[in-house]
Design a protein around this ligand. Structure first.
Ligand code: NAP
Length: 243
């Protein structure tokens, strides 16, 4: 439902490719007014179909309040925000690179917080709205590969839970999505991936979960079972596993 008459406004941060782009198209196909943001303007333009877009680098957190003012004045109050921007630079077991770690935390965590900080008070004041983030099963444990990425997704899970606990009494819904493996640029060339969903299939299920007001949702239900098992593997065993 919209905060104003007419279609609701859905903002997707990180919508130039992969899951975010598929979400933009899926909500647009449902008739929502969709606003897409990312750094690559050409890709955003190619979303087509009446999707509004802005070039934005989420590492520029200071730009967010003015950008939110601008997009709300041009497209109306935001009903749903989905933060889908994410970075997972390829690293090896010998990579110890603070610059890359900073990029991951700025993109996956600080950018998320900047967008939530800008929209949460507006939604709380209106007494309605929906905030969602694409997290990952990677945040459920500290894996040997991609330590900063796992940390960023654990932070996302905790942060979104805090927002939910803060905002549910103010009429704002908060959803954390853990997609499992999805075929996108982020997973291209990685081995040992299974149960891959297409970005379109993932988007279809994410739209359903967000629209149903889910709190935390693994995109394919079988990932919820995997998550349960992984969270409960004792540390001395998990350390020896190649995941
Ligand atoms: N694919 C999977 O299996 C999987 C699994 C679990 C979770 N996820 C999560 O799903 C989300 C989407 O990833 P994806 O798989 O769809 O990968 P993707 O195709 O690489 O999409 C990443 C998106 O993030 C945007 N982005 C990255 N850095 C940005 C920045 N500094 N400023 C603005 N936007 C930025 C990219 O846009 P620009 O480059 O144009 O800026 C792009 O639109 C991420 O949070 C990822 O961690 C993915």
């Amino acid at each position: 439902m919209s905060t104003t008459d007419g279609p609701r406004t859905v903002v997707i941060v990180g919508a130039s490719s992969g899951i975010g782009a598929a979400l933009a198209r899926a909500w647009r196909a449902q008739g929502a007014r969709v606003v897409a943001l990312a750094r690559r303007g050409e890709e955003l333009q190619q979303l087509g179909g009446g999707i509004a877009w802005y070039v934005h680098d989420v590492c520029d957190a200071a730009a967010v309040p003015a950008l939110v003012d601008k997009l709300e004045s041009e497209h109306g109050p935001v009903d749903t925000l989905v933060y889908a921007a994410g970075a997972m630079p390829r690293i090896t077991p010998e990579t110890w690179d603070t610059g890359l770690d900073r990029l991951v935390i700025e993109t996956n965590v600080l950018g998320l917080m900047a967008w939530m900080n800008a929209l949460a008070p507006r939604m709380a004041e209106r007494g309605r709205g929906h905030l969602a983030a694409i997290s990952s099963i990677a945040g459920d444990r500290g894996r040997r590969g991609f330590p900063a990425y796992c940390t960023s997704k654990a932070a996302t899970n905790t942060y979104m839970e805090s927002l939910r606990n803060r905002l549910s009494r103010r009429g704002v819904q908060v959803t954390t999505i853990k997609p499992g493996f999805v075929e996108t640029a982020m997973t291209r060339g990685l081995d040992k991936l299974f149960w891959m969903a297409s970005a379109e299939e993932a988007a279809r299920l994410i739209v359903k979960a967000v629209d149903a007001g889910a709190h935390t949702r693994y995109v394919l239900p079988r990932w919820a079972f995997v998550g349960l098992v992984i969270r409960n593997i004792p540390s001395f065993i998990f350390r020896r596993m190649n995941i």
